[in-house]
Design a protein around this ligand. Structure first.
Ligand SMILES: C[S@@+](CC[C@H](N)C(=O)[O-])C[C@H]1O[C@@H](n2cnc3c(N)ncnc32)[C@H](O)[C@@H]1O
Length: 214
């Protein structure tokens, strides 16, 4: 019997290890760590909406593994008709910050690939011309930010802004976007940011960015 060993790349270069502390966690360790928070990720009440923030997202290995588990649990616990909506709420619950642009691009790409492959495996149309694709891509781009977790700023010096994606009570499938800055989470200073405000909308149309003030 031939055994094929696939080695995972955990280091890109010595320079990056020294300068940015970049060493990726291997897949089996990611899985062992996520086993410790099974309730929050996949088996407890309201698991779809339990939020996760990866403060040094690297190439997205934790982010994609969290999404994979949430999607698998949605498949097992929700009727088929709810999969599209719930899979978007699952993406909306996962946040990341990453300093290096190439890693940031990879992290977003692996999240989208995970989402697309879930739906493709069930024969759901998710081509680049569908709302499902655009909504997923938009949520990923809004939740996974290129910036510095230590300063709370993007590479161009803006405050990193995230959004809560709140479900609208009594209206399944509707979401209400509520922006906030990363630094505001510390809660020890008055937040003077002027935030955009949004209308509640279907989560699969969230990329249309319907403003409340226009
Ligand atoms: C040890 S790696 C971990 C990557 C991933 N979390 C994993 O476990 O595989 C650290 C990552 O944090 C990023 N990083 C370093 N300093 C950062 C900062 N101040 N803010 C955000 N990301 C940072 C690096 O570019 C690198 O991708």
């Amino acid at each position: 019997m031939t055994q094929t060993l696939v080695e995972e790349q955990t280091v890109k270069s010595r320079h990056r290890v020294r300068t940015y502390g970049e060493v990726f966690t291997p897949r089996h360790l990611v899985d062992l760590m996520l086993d410790l928070v099974r309730d929050e990720v996949e088996s407890g009440p309201d698991f779809v909406d339990k939020t996760f923030l990866e403060p040094s997202a690297g190439d997205g290995n934790f982010l994609a593994a969290i999404l994979r588990r949430k999607l698998r649990a949605i498949e097992q616990r929700y009727p088929t008709a709810k999969w599209s909506q719930e899979s978007l709420f699952a993406i909306a619950s996962i946040y990341g910050v990453e300093l290096l642009e190439d890693n940031h691009q990879e992290a977003k790409a692996v999240m989208l690939a995970e989402f697309l492959s879930f739906h493709q495996s069930h024969g759901v149309p998710v081509g680049a011309d569908t709302d499902l694709y655009h909504a997923a891509q938009f949520l990923i781009a809004t939740n996974i930010v290129c910036g510095n977790m230590l300063t709370g700023q993007t590479l161009t010096g803006q405050d990193i802004q995230f959004s809560w994606w709140n479900r609208v009570a009594g209206s399944p499938g509707l979401v209400h976007r509520e922006p906030f800055t990363l630094v505001s989470l510390h809660g020890d200073a008055i937040d003077f940011t002027t935030y955009d405000s949004y209308q509640a909308c279907r989560i699969d149309e969230v990329h249309k960015e319907m403003r409340a003030d226009v």
